[in-house]
Design a protein around this ligand. Structure first.
Ligand code: PEP
Length: 250
């Protein structure tokens, strides 16, 4: 089954609204008419408005980098799925390794966030991946299976229809070290098998699994050439309109 690739930008904690606007002024003309792949840009919350305004009328979708699972309430500093939908977001990154590493994200909170995002019609991009010590100890498969099983808990194929997974080996994020296309493919096969167990073979065959971790213009083509790789989640190289365009056009 042909899966349309999704190329997503994770801007992390970079750019202000003015710089976000400038990005789109430069980026949109370069990707005009490009519909081979789906394109999503995930800026910091405070830039969502500027990004949504700037991307209006284009094929570029806007997503957030995190979401809280409650609808509303006394949860200082948090943002709900309803709020993201109300401003026009269509996508959300969940469980990024930086959230897991620095902000106490767990497999269980990923599951709660995933369920909330799906309930509100957002397309969730759930990040999974092993740290270097786990890879070196031969635990990659165990880690990926555990992260998937817990993320998918209490979800059905129908509810999870919009799910996207990003395989992001933590040792490759922001380090300049990229997993080889073969390493990424092998991990994607493990993830797809877990999705098949949870949601069935048809679901798994249609599931998009992105690769993330030092994707750059010069390695994007080789990665995207793999059948198992259905797109990219791009951090550093997505901040510059030219390099992100080169990745989108791999
Ligand atoms: C990311 O932030 O998800 C990421 C993959 O970062 P980088 O491309 O900079 O490694």
């Amino acid at each position: 089954m042909a899966r349309k690739k999704l190329i997503a930008a994770n801007w992390k904690m970079y750019k202000n609204p003015e710089q976000s606007k400038q990005f789109f002024t430069d980026f949109l003309p370069m990707v005009q008419g490009h519909d081979r792949d789906e394109i999503v840009v995930c800026p910091p919350y405070v830039n969502l408005h500027a990004a949504l305004e700037a991307a209006k009328g284009s094929q570029v979708a806007i997503g957030a980098q995190d979401v809280y699972w409650k609808e509303e309430g006394a949860f200082t500093g948090e943002i709900s799925s309803t709020m993201l939908v109300a401003v026009g977001c269509t996508h959300v990154i969940i469980g990024h390794s930086e959230r897991r590493q620095y902000f106490g994200e767990t497999d269980d909170s990923v599951n709660l966030k995933l369920k909330a995002a799906l309930e509100h019609g957002l397309t969730p991009i759930v990040c999974v991946g092993e740290v270097l010590e786990e890879r070196e100890a031969g635990l990659t498969e165990d880690v990926l299976r555990r992260q998937c099983v817990r993320a998918f808990n209490a979800l059905s194929a129908r509810k999870a229809a919009k799910l996207v997974i990003a395989y992001e080996p933590v040792w490759a994020i922001g380090t300049g070290k990229t997993a080889t296309p073969q390493m990424a493919s092998d991990a994607h096969v493990i993830i797809r098998a877990e999705a098949a167990k949870a949601f069935g073979d048809d679901f798994a065959a249609a599931l998009r699994i992105l690769y993330g971790g030092s994707v750059k213009p010069d390695n994007a083509h080789a990665l995207m050439a793999e059948d198992e790789i259905d797109g990219a989640l791009v951090g550093g190289a997505s901040l510059d309109p030219k390099s992100f365009t080169a990745i989108v056009k791999y």
